[in-house]
Design a protein around this ligand. Sequence first.
Ligand code: TXA
Ligand code: MG
Length: 346
Amino acid sequence: HTKIFNINPENFSDVIEECAEIICRGGTVAIPTETVYGLSANALDPVAVNGIFHAKGRPADNPLIVHVASVQQLDKLVLEIPAKALSLMEAFWPGPLTLILKRTCIVPDITTGGLDTVAVRMPADIVAQELIRVSGKPLAAPSANTSGRPSPTTAAHVLHDLEGRIDAVIDAGNTCIGVESTVIDMSGKKPAILRPGYIPASRIEEIIGEVEIGYNDNVTETEGVIRSPGMKYTHYAPNATVLLLEGAHDLVQDKIREMYTDFTCRGARVGLLVTNAGLLSLTNDMFYLGSKDEPEEVARNLFLGLRALDERRVNIILADGSFTHEGVGAAVMNRLRKASEMIIRL
Ligand code: TXA
Ligand code: MG
């Protein structure tokens, strides 16, 4: 049985108090963060962390992000904070940036998938911050979805995947960013971005200079070294088959119309995930992501759209990849490519 807390200013401290108790007992609580909902548990309690892996069906070698509310809390978890890592924390914390650092022995193996590093982040969301502060525990929290599914941006998404499998969820409405944090490896010689996220590489380079791009968006290419265990698993995928169309905006719109007609004639139920409201004339099984020039809007709606089309039981989703790839657009593109069965480049 999963307890559902609708948090508001009146019940805020009671809800935090009750959830902190669940955390201290070794339970799991799904919490809002500014990016997506996370499934949290005491990062230093192996049994509690095991509850996260079990609820999500997450592979044991895929490590978790540990969320902290203060630098004192961080000091216990990591061996050292290199100067560049400190600069990034000063620039972007609290916020959607996760740093990989060398860990101390108090962080259990299960939390880090046996690695000698730990991923850490200070979330900006007040609910997450208060739960960390009141429980007094650093919180391990991956996205609160079943492993492989689109990340949750509402409490309803969390319950859809995990109801009955977790102790509680705190419902604070839609998350404001909609895609996950940027993950940067600061444990080696050269900083490397392992997952694009809300904070683009360009803003990071303004603070610490050149960074490596350590991830690969290309779903068909599997060679190369896997630096982040999460890279090798299916991600963000709805039940429907996603076909992603990339290229100039006008070409993509024409191709979507053509493919929609083809697949529909052959008896498929086709959903559209698009940045052109004009396509509404084709079908009601359409989700408008936002304007192609507003990547923040597209980011906020992406996982919502993938899940909404799944609810309509479409077989195929034609996804428009022709929005701007500037800023958070790079992260949106990364998620869409990973969710896709095939990329069609026009
Ligand atoms: O915005 C976010 O980051 C959300 C919210 C809840 O904070 N969390 C999130 O966690 O997206 P998760 O578990 O879904 O993704 C964490 C990613 C995975 O790709 C994982 O492989 C990588 O970070 N990661 C974690 N620890 C790592 C480590 N020590 N070395 C390399 N990669 C690591
Ligand atoms: Mg995830």
